[in-house]
Design a protein around this ligand. Sequence first.
Ligand code: SF4
Length: 336
Amino acid sequence: MNIDNYLETIKFCRFCFMCRHLSAIGNVTFTEADTPRVRASMIYGATIHPELFANEDLIKTMYRSDLSGCCRRNCVNHYDEVGLTLAYRADLVEAGKAPEYIKTIATALMNSPEWSVSGKGKVAYVADNYSVESGAAAAFGKLAKEFRTVSGGSCGKGLWVLGFRKEAKLLAEKFLKALEGVETVVVSHTGIFDFLVNTIGEMGLKLDAKVMHTSEYLAGVKTARPLGDLYYLESDYLRNYNSDYPYPRALLTSNGANLKPFGTNDEESYSCAEGALLLDKIEPELVEKLAKYIEARADNPAKDVIVTASPYTRIQLGRFTSLKVKTIEELLAEAL
Ligand code: SF4
């Protein structure tokens, strides 16, 4: 089973409560179950009593994890509580025990439209649905020249996160085919960035191109005026899954941004469960709670300019709060 690769994590997390304050879902549900300790305890119980493996409460808890990676990043031993959750989901799917509400989301992903490619050049920009809806893709078009656009499909990351690993690999192969012949792939979507940098390797696939988040690719952009006071919300995928990827902050400060600290600490996730990728489809009411939690931590919600590297986060905060949130691409394009 996939969870057998995480026996150390199960052993240590189940007696540890050190990172409970970084469990984004636990912070809005106030339930102990939504922490790495209790998730590990429940999975440990299922290893002793296999009949509990597909227990309804366990399944629901494992599919509502925020997967932010904050607990793993700030754990003194970096125990991979994210990997354990994903492994459990994959085992559940392989056992044919995935619940109907998850299968419905997975089926929609499997039936995603094919990717289409337009334009020319050795640089490909991935215009996925979240990047288009958030405005990041249109803003990128004002900031960059000479790129081909790859749009429309599903890369496979969503299915991977839900535990449908075989099906995820099939989608990934189609996505990589759409990227053939390019030297650089640029993405706004932080989950797709992580997918191309890390997940395809776990699938046994390879991409012969440099992968960049837009904040790295746009490093040479100079705005006409300094960006001034801003609150930058860290991305789960860029910070917690990719070694504190430095480019978003670097790009903003090189354009005169004065980055002010947001919230009560610099360890927590303020992303509306970006790492979970699909929580807006699994339990949208939890995403709303997460958004309200973030709104309550803004210094001056009516005036603060808040910027994110994640189109997903931009969409959720725009949907559920009155905060003035922009993607990095939008902010730069407006200040040219
Ligand atoms: S991830 Fe680390 S800090 Fe969190 S429960 Fe596990 S051992 Fe404790």
